[in-house]
Unconditional design. Structure first.
Length: 383
């Protein structure tokens, strides 16, 4: 192992024999060499452990941990985070690809700003049909309130999970929900805690590639999980986010707004799963947390910036519309009418056109095939 490494790459993996060697190769090829690579193998029945140990035998910077019992996504990640001792760390997911300059460029940004908690680049997502979508990072400055609202309300917040993170500002609060069973939505409290920890910097280059909709991935597992189990995890997510909000330097009015935004975000994620599962009855927000009241936006929204207010009201309208469509699809006319009243409250909303233009810009983005690493051009390698 490298003596006193500056950066730790955390690789959580599970049943990954078809692509883990490629992932380890990109970790080893980083231009920043003062590096420690931690690999945690959740209980796997394929050749994942054999491949990882063979790699570690050839590169002393690699450490491999194999677990005999199933840990789950969140616990496997926290296992790695607990072992981080370096000044900086990042999570490198087992089926992704990173540019050789990934650590070098993100590290340079963080070193230039000792107050910053993280630095992120742009991520290019590629689906099995070869369609591409660029997730552009975004610098986040301002107060704890500004950054947490961005984490939960701004659809263009980038890829915080794929950021390089300053350990001193992240520990002990930036973690995944320890009590989570399925890990459902565990990235949400992690992201909120990370943005609360300090400013986010941005390197405007594609340095990370992500295969989307891979068969057998984490989201596939969530699709098969009973809603009651997802609700249980979401209650834990809500508790974690509310604890983050309580730690923030903020006024009580700002905390009220943050709680409202957290409720909107978590409920939108849950509504998507409920609709996909064909649930007739929607879980009430107050069943996730007694602090979640989403029927009417709080008066405290008047005290925040116009842009923040537009983002939050647009998120509220989006959630209301999800619920309206759900009720109509199940012919629950009375429930649909009740929900429609909330949309009427939003008649003067000006944020929707603005967000619509931004979404259109994302959809219009087109990239040359050369921007996709060769390994992702043949989908069978990551399928």
């Amino acid at each position: 192992m490298t003596s006193d490494p500056q950066v730790t790459l955390c690789i959580p993996t599970y049943q990954s024999e078809t692509f883990i060697e490629r992932t380890l190769g990109h970790a080893s090829a980083q231009s920043h060499r003062n590096l420690r690579v931690l690999v945690s193998i959740d209980q796997s029945t394929d050749a994942t452990e054999e491949i990882c140990r063979r790699y570690a035998a050839a590169d002393s910077r690699f450490e491999v941990y194999a677990h005999e019992s199933r840990m789950g996504w969140a616990h496997n990640l926290n296992f790695l985070l607990d072992k981080v001792e370096s000044e900086f760390f990042c999570i490198y997911f087992h089926d992704d690809i990173i540019d050789p300059r990934y650590l070098e460029l993100l590290l340079a940004e963080l070193i230039s700003r000792p107050d910053a908690a993280s630095s992120q680049a742009d991520t290019l997502h590629v689906d099995p049909r070869g369609r591409q979508r660029r997730s552009s990072g975004r610098a986040q400055e301002g107060s704890d309130f500004d950054r947490v609202v961005a984490a939960l309300a701004d659809p263009f917040v980038g890829s915080p999970l794929r950021a390089l993170i300053r350990t001193a500002l992240a520990k002990p609060d930036v973690r995944f929900p320890a009590a989570s069973v399925q890990g459902f939505g565990g990235h949400i409290p992690f992201t909120a805690a990370l943005l609360a920890a300090g400013p986010v910097l941005h390197v405007p280059e594609i340095l990370y590639w992500r295969p989307d909709k891979r068969k057998g991935g984490l989201v596939d597992g969530w699709k098969k999980t009973p809603i009651r189990d997802l609700v249980s995890d979401h209650r834990i997510n809500a508790r974690e986010i509310l604890e983050t909000i309580d730690r923030c330097e903020a006024t009580e009015a700002e905390r009220t707004v943050m709680r409202f935004v957290a409720a909107l975000h978590l409920m939108a994620v849950l509504r998507q799963r409920e609709t996909g599962a064909g649930e007739r009855t929607l879980v009430a927000a107050t069943e996730i947390s007694s602090a979640f009241e989403i029927d009417t936006p709080p008066d405290e929204l008047r005290e925040i910036s116009a842009r923040q207010r537009r983002l939050i009201l647009a998120a509220h309208v989006d959630l209301v519309r999800r619920e309206l469509v759900h009720h109509l699809s199940h012919r629950a006319v009375r429930a649909a009418m009740d929900v429609a009243n909330d949309i009427g409250w939003m008649d003067a909303l000006v944020g929707v056109p603005e967000l619509g233009r931004q979404y259109l810009g994302v959809l219009r983005q087109r990239y040359l095939p050369s921007q996709i690493p060769a390994e992702l051009r043949t989908w069978e390698l990551v399928g």
